[in-house]
Design a protein around this ligand. Structure first.
Ligand code: NAG
Length: 166
């Protein structure tokens, strides 16, 4: 679970970084227009797995700006430390430290790019969509994305800041 102080720090840190690196960001976004962008993420307790890359598409600047009414591609590359027949995604939006369920269309990880059963030591790409509803408020929040195994342990738990915009 995320702590409020942690969230406040990372969001203000990101804001300061944006302010001081506008020109670099512009350059990078030109490149990023054609590529899925690996985003900075924090691990929130991947108990039975290890995450290497998180791609959000499109996300030319960080924190990712999520436009209302659009859908974003999410691609998490991770290694499993366990065998598991199933995998289930659970997504929350953490607003001022409080996790609120963030609905996604497909919760079954085995229908999201992963060939199940999941095998120990193998690497997987979890590929899904994050739909941003038009009724969402224009706020900054942290997306916390978990993928749970047969025993409800986290194959991965990642979190990254986003900003919802019109
Ligand atoms: C997911 O990301 C990995 C690593 O960046 C890449 O090799 C793979 O092709 C991507 N898969 C999809 C469906 O985008």
């Amino acid at each position: 679970m995320i702590e409020t102080a942690d969230l406040t720090f990372s969001l203000s840190h990101m804001a300061a970084m944006d302010f001081y690196s506008v020109s670099i960001t512009c350059l990078l976004s030109l490149i990023a227009l054609t590529l899925a962008e690996p985003v900075k993420f924090a691990d929130c307790g991947s108990a039975v797995g290890q995450v290497s890359i998180v791609d959000i598409n499109p996300c030319p600047t960080q924190p990712c700006q999520l436009h209302k009414g659009q859908s974003y591609g999410v691609n998490v590359t991770f290694n499993s430390a366990v065998d598991s027949k199933t995998s289930t995604a659970v997504v929350h939006g953490v607003i001022a430290g409080i996790p609120v369920p963030f609905p996604i269309p497909i919760q079954d990880g085995c229908k999201s790019g992963i060939a199940c059963p999941i095998q120990k030591t193998l690497s997987y790409h979890y590929v899904n969509e994050l739909p941003v509803k038009s009724e969402y408020p224009s706020i900054k929040l942290v997306v916390e994305w978990e993928l749970r195994d047969d025993n409800s342990k986290d194959l991965f738990c990642i979190k990254f800041p986003v900003q919802i915009v019109s």
